[in-house]
Structure formats: structure tokens, C-alpha cells
Ligand binder design. Structure first.
Ligand code: SF4
Length: 714
């Protein structure tokens, strides 16, 4: 079991005031964006030195500490690859790009502009996310772009937009949490996903006010219990019922903030029409969480609020990655509103963003329905503004595309795209129903993958383009609290690797689509991005690199109305037409795939301390691979024994879509109806061979977090 203490490596190094000066950069992985410096060393992996920054306060997790190993890894791609006679072979850049252009032209000849699709990633810098959206819509003329952040933040984003009129993961600085006496985490396991973040929960944990809702006793839930806090061990897929049950208790125990409700919200009566039915006993029956724990959670949140001691509610992927994820988050927001938490100093609601640039990645136009500045692509005013920045007629900007899974599922189908450019993503491992997606990728005439290692998806490509990595590039990212950060080049990329901005410029030149519109200097791209965002929800127009390099703390929106940035949102009103937050609550539904005699267990997936996302990077780092070398399944020993399995045995987990091979890890603390599988492993260990591509109607988020399975001996 993960140890929280070993995860929180705090360096005994001198502290600097703020790691936003020259020479400092940020971790390549998660949205906490811990600060570090990277130093080349002769004959060894580049040395990573943690730096002080408000989010990490000098701490790094083991992923960050070991990130330097990737920079000169033996698996590093330093020459383009092209498929000949079924095999990927090295070639020069001209040959590779000519092949890409041939594929694009063939696809466009067969299917028009939408014959070519583009897939991006939440790890791309702001400049690349922006440029990729622009390249798709102007150079390719295609509406078909989406990205892997669709599977990360989209439900939280949809719910926040519905209730607050704006989506920023944390609408307050991370450090605001540090003094809070009560924090409810729903579906979040930062002890494994972003360990230095736990520092900000120390006050709550020490006060017994850390409340963790999770189907399993995660490292974070254990941390809460160690401090006298609460673990709400809910049945997978009952998150909305849990939130409405808690909302019910808030109201009937008199913990609702009626003055706040009257002054700052609309729609409480509609929400109560749903929550009234979620009596504590019914909530206990459906979720498996006892009435006593439900009552205790509400009391902790309300007491901390009333004492002015800080009370917060945070969600993450456990709550959001469901086919009703938007409704789940809507119910959690309703709970937070009933308590009067959002938009006030010292209290709040937010969501923990996952990928390194998960926040910026969804603001600048690589999402199917969006233009830069978090504008909707269907909004005529937004189209006119962005078209003016791009120097084109608004009619030239295609309309909305389709969501990530729908896009991948259409590849090579009749009428679907026959070419795809894929950047910063590894859907063969990370997509739901992963083998179905791999089959669609294989059906393409031309699959182009830009990556720095031969990921499982790159291995299927017709052309692989080797790109530079985080410590080799300049750019900006936006962290989980909406703060814009500088990524700085500390290392020279290897000969042969190229920057994506250069690749898109070169493709535009070869396609004769105005290469001058696709500059290669990230600073120039940022300036254009900032202009394109002006007046949008995510307004960056008053930010420039000089301000960032001077160490200014700039959270968006940062435009003409807010030139100093906005660390705390909603203090004077929400971003809705009437300035009030909206209760948006739907009736909870059961998981999209119920259990039955053939598939009697629920599988839920999640992350490990040692790995990041699809594992394409972290599975290649020696220390991390040694810590977690292979796929496993966590199961209650009684469930394992029932099918003749014991700890360490080889097992198969089977769903209606596929089977996963995994080592059995028995755990007395597991629910007896639930299996847990990490999703970082490749081949027959891919958890997403099992998962269900049932999509949320609002966000198009797949049902990653629950599907029906059976366990059997391998
Ligand atoms: Fe920090 Fe996240 Fe990197 Fe770990 S993975 S060092 S928590 S940014």
C-alpha cells in the first residue's frame, strides 16, 4: 500500500522565493505543476532539482524527481519513422513530411476537409493547443479536432459552466486550502496522483476534518482516517446519490445557508425536488455509506464554515468519469451551494485538474466545440473575433466537430476520416473500449503520431514524428488554479527531434496553406493567443512573457478589466447572466452497465503513485517501473477465494468488451462488490480493454469509472 510519507519527498535544499525566474521550469506531468530546475549532466540523466513554488512548496513526488531520465532515454525517438512493407523504418524529415502531406491530400480527395481528423492532448503547451486548433481549422479546413482532455475534465467543466457560467478547476489559489479545517474530496486521490498537494490539506487532516469519498480505501482515504477524518466508502457509480443525500442532510439539519441561497443562487427549489427524496436511510441503502458517516461529513463541513475556519469541497475524476458525470458534479456543486461555499473567501468548491496543462489545454481551441478564449465555436461573435485575429472570413472557420471517443470511433468508417494527426496522446491505452479504438486507428489510410517515444499508439502509425520534450521547449502552461506559468528550455533537444510548432509550419508550407500564419516562435504564438482570447471567458490578453518572466502571479481572466489577474473568482458574483449561481440537479441514475450473473462485479479504474496517465513515459523510468512493473487487480480476499484465486495469482478480469490479465492483490479493505484496476499498463494489462464508452450527454465523457466484470483464474 502506498505510503503517504514517502510520497511527499520534501527536499533539504535552500528555498528560493518563487520559482518563476530564469532557469526554473515545471514538472512535465500533472496539473500541480511543481517547480523544478533541470541541469544537464555528462553521462547521466539530467538532474532535477525541486524549487519552491506555492503549489508544491519545495516538494516533488517520485514522478517529478525521476523525470530527467526521459530526456536521454534509450527509447527516445530521434529520427522520423515511416511504415514500409508493414514495418516502421527510419527516414529523414523531408520524406516523412511528404508522406504526411500525401496522406492528407488522399484523405481530403476522398472525404473533403473532414477526411482528415486531429487529436490533441492536455499535455501540450498553451501555444501548441492554440496552434493545433488553428492549424486544423485553417490549414486543413477540418472541423474534426478533439483531445484527450475530453476524458479528463469535461464533466467538471460542463457542470461548472452550467452552474457558475465559467470553468476554472480551482477558482481560488491552492494555498487557500492550507488553513481549512474541513475538506471533502469526492473521487480524488491526491496522495497518489499529486502527493505534494497533501501539504495543503494538513490543517484539515490534523483537525479530523478530511473527508474522502472513494469506493476503496485509497492512500488519501487512509490519510484521512489516520487523522481522525472520514472515509465515505461508496458503491461505484453512486456519487450523485451520495451528493444528494448529503444535500438532503444539509437542509434538514438546518446547515443550509439560507441568506446565501437567497442572495447568490437560483433554482434551489428544483434541486430540492430531487434531494428531498434522498432520505439518509435511502442514501445509505444505495451508496453503502452509513447514515452516521453522512451526518458526520455534513457536520464537519458546516461547523468549519460557521467557525470561519475554512470549508471546501473538491471533486476529481472518480466523481466525473461517468456517463452522468456532469450530473454528478452538478449535484456536488448543489451541495456546495446549499452550504454557501462557492465565491467566498475561506470557503469554496473546485475540481482537481489532472494533466499538466489540463486547464490551458481546454481553453485555446483544441476542443471540438471551442475557439480560443474558451469561446464556443457556434457563437457568431466569437467566430467574428477569432476570425479577425486570424485574418480570415468567419465563414472559413468550420463548425463544431465531435467528441474524442466519437471521433476515434468514426475513423476509417464509411464517411469517416481516413487520415489522423495525433499529438501528445496514447489512446490505444487511454481510450475506453481500447481495442475497439485500436481497430479504428488501424483502419486509417494514414495515421501520423508525434511523440518522443514509440508509444502503443505510435507503434500503429504510418508516420511517427519525433518531437522535443518539456525541458527542451519554451512555452506556457496553466495550472490547476488557473495560474499561467512559464515552461523553460533547460536542455538542448537531441538532433532529429523537432518542435510541433515547426511541424505545423512545415505542413502548412507543403500544403500551400499560408505557413506565415503558423509561426514557430512560441512567444509570437502566445501573443496571438492572448489577442484571440481577449474578451473571452479565459481572457489572457493582459498577460505577456515579460510579465511571467518577471515572476508576476497571473491567474486568468487577465484582460483589460482585470490586468492584475483574478486569483479568486466569483467573489462579487458568478459569471452567469444574473450573477447568481444556478442549481442544476438531475435525477441520479444507476451505472450504465448493471451487474448480472455473468458479470457480477463492478470494476473501477484509477492511478498509481509511480505512473502517469497511459504510462508511456513513466513505464520507461527505471525507478518507477521497478516500483510498479505490471498490471494488478485489487480485490477482497473473499471474492478472490470464491474463484479459486489467492494473493499473487494470475487472474483475468473480463467485461463484455475484453479481458485483462492481472496479478491478484488481495485487500481486506476492498468492497466485496468492487475490483480496482490501475490504467497505466500496456498490452493485455490495459484496464481500458474493459471500460465502457457510454457517453455523458453533456460532456461526452465516457463511463470510465464503472463497468460490470467477472474475475477468473488466468
Ligand atoms: Fe508535482 Fe505532479 Fe510532477 Fe508529482 S507529477 S512532481 S505532484 S507536478
Amino acid at each position: 500500500m502506498t505510503s503517504v510519507d514517502t510520497a511527499r519527498v520534501t527536499p533539504d535544499r535552500p528555498r528560493v522565493q518563487d520559482a518563476e525566474g530564469p532557469g526554473h521550469t515545471h514538472c512535465p506531468y500533472c496539473a500541480l505543476q511543481c517547480a523544478m530546475s533541470v541541469t544537464p549532466t555528462a553521462g547521466r540523466a539530467a538532474e532535477v532539482t525541486p524549487e519552491w513554488f506555492p503549489t508544491n512548496r519545495g516538494g516533488l513526488c517520485r514522478k517529478g524527481w525521476t523525470a530527467g531520465e526521459l530526456l536521454d532515454h534509450p527509447d527516445r525517438l530521434t529520427t522520423p519513422l515511416i511504415r514500409r512493407d508493414g514495418r516502421l523504418e527510419p527516414c529523414d524529415w523531408d520524406t516523412a513530411l511528404d508522406r504526411v502531406v500525401d496522406g492528407i491530400r488522399r484523405a481530403q480527395a476522398a472525404g473533403g476537409p473532414d477526411g482528415v481528423a486531429v487529436f490533441g492532448g492536455g499535455g501540450l503547451t498553451n501555444e501548441k493547443a492554440y496552434q493545433l486548433g488553428k492549424f486544423t481549422r485553417l490549414a486543413l479546413g477540418s472541423r474534426l479536432i478533439d483531445y484527450n482532455g475530453r476524458w479528463c475534465m469535461s464533466s467538471a467543466a460542463a457542470a461548472a459552466n452550467r452552474s457558475f457560467g465559467l470553468d476554472r478547476g480551482l477558482p481560488f489559489p491552492v494555498t487557500d486550502l492550507s488553513g481549512a479545517r474541513a475538506v471533502l474530496l469526492i473521487g480524488a486521490n491526491p496522495a497518489d496522483t499529486m502527493p505534494p498537494f497533501l501539504q495543503h490539506l494538513d490543517t484539515a487532516a490534523a483537525a479530523g476534518g478530511l473527508i474522502v469519498a472513494d469506493p476503496r480505501l485509497s492512500a488519501t482515504a487512509r490519510h484521512a482516517l489516520d487523522g481522525g477524518g472520514v472515509h465515505l466508502r461508496l458503491r461505484p457509480g453512486t456519487d450523485a446519490a451520495l451528493a444528494l443525500g448529503l444535500l438532503h442532510l444539509v437542509v434538514v439539519t438546518g446547515a443550509a445557508d439560507t441568506r446565501y441561497l437567497a442572495a447568490r443562487t437560483t433554482g434551489f427549489e428544483d434541486a430540492w425536488a430531487h434531494a428531498a427524496a434522498w432520505l439518509p436511510e435511502r442514501t445509505e441503502r444505495v451508496t453503502g455509506v452509513s447514515v452516521a458517516l453522512l451526518e458526520r461529513a455534513v457536520r464537519l463541513l458546516a461547523d468549519a464554515r460557521d467557525a470561519g475556519a475554512g470549508s471546501y469541497i473538491l471533486t476529481a475524476r472518480g466523481a466525473e468519469q461517468h456517463a452522468d458525470g456532469t450530473s454528478v458534479v452538478g449535484a456536488v456543486i448543489a451541495l456546495a451551494l446549499a452550504l454557501g461555499l462557492p465565491g467566498r473567501p475561506g470557503t469554496g468548491y473546485g475540481t482537481l485538474t489532472g494533466q499538466g496543462n489540463g486547464q490551458g489545454g481546454r481553453e485555446h481551441g483544441q476542443k471540438a466545440d471551442q475557439l480560443p478564449g474558451y469561446r464556443m465555436i457556434t457563437d457568431p461573435d466569437a467566430r467574428a473575433h477569432v476570425a479577425a485575429v486570424w485574418g480570415v472570413d468567419p465563414e472559413q472557420i468550420p463548425g463544431p466537430g465531435v467528441s474524442a471517443f466519437e471521433l476515434l470511433d468514426s475513423l476509417g468508417q464509411p464517411g469517416g476520416p481516413t487520415a489522423m494527426l495525433l499529438h501528445a496522446s496514447n489512446p490505444v491505452v487511454s481510450a475506453p473500449d481500447a481495442d475497439r479504438v485500436a481497430e479504428r486507428l488501424r483502419a486509417l489510410d494514414t495515421l501520423v503520431v508525434a511523440d518522443f517515444v514509440l508509444s502503443e499508439t505510435a507503434a500503429l502509425a504510418d508516420v511517427v514524428l519525433p518531437v522535443s520534450q518539456w525541458a527542451e521547449e519554451e512555452g506556457t502552461l496553466t495550472n490547476l488554479e488557473g495560474r499561467v506559468l512559464r515552461r523553460r528550455r533547460s536542455i538542448t533537444p537531441p538532433d532529429g527531434a523537432r518542435d510541433e510548432l515547426w511541424i505545423w509550419h512545415e505542413l502548412a508550407r507543403r500544403l500551400d496553406r499560408g505557413p506565415e500564419n503558423f509561426p514557430t516562435d512560441p512567444r509570437v504564438v502566445f501573443d496571438e493567443l492572448a489577442r484571440a482570447s481577449a474578451g473571452g471567458k479565459a481572457d489572457y490578453s493582459a498577460i505577456d512573457w515579460d510579465r511571467l518572466d518577471a515572476g508576476e502571479v497571473l491567474h486568468w481572466p487577465c484582460g483589460s478589466d482585470s490586468p492584475d489577474g483574478t486569483p479568486r473568482l466569483f467573489l462579487d458574483g458568478f459569471a452567469t447572466a444574473d450573477g447568481r449561481a444556478r442549481f442544476v440537479v438531475d435525477a441520479p441514475r444507476t451505472p450504465a452497465e448493471p451487474t448480472d450473473a455473468a458479470f457480477p462485479l463492478l470494476a473501477t479504474t484509477g492511478r498509481l503513485l509511480a505512473h502517469y496517465q497511459s504510462g508511456a513515459q513513466t513505464r520507461r523510468v527505471g525507478e518507477l517501473a521497478a516500483a510498479e512493473p505490471r498490471m494488478w487487480v485489487q480485490v477482497h480476499p473473499v471474492v478472490a477465494r470464491a474463484v479459486g484465486l489467492a494473493d499473487g495469482d494470475a487472474a483475468r478480469v473480463v467485461s463484455r468488451r475484453g479481458a485483462v490479465e492481472a496479478e491478484v492483490r488481495c485487500d481486506e479493505d476492498m468492497r466485496s462488490d468492487t475490483l480496482f484496476l490501475p490504467f497505466h499498463f500496456a498490452g493485455s494489462g490495459r484496464a481500458n480493454l474493459l471500460t465502457l464508452p457510454e457517453l455523458d450527454p453533456h460532456s461526452r465523457m465516457p463511463e470510465f469509472k464503472v463497468c460490470a466484470v467477472r474475475l477468473e483464474a488466468a
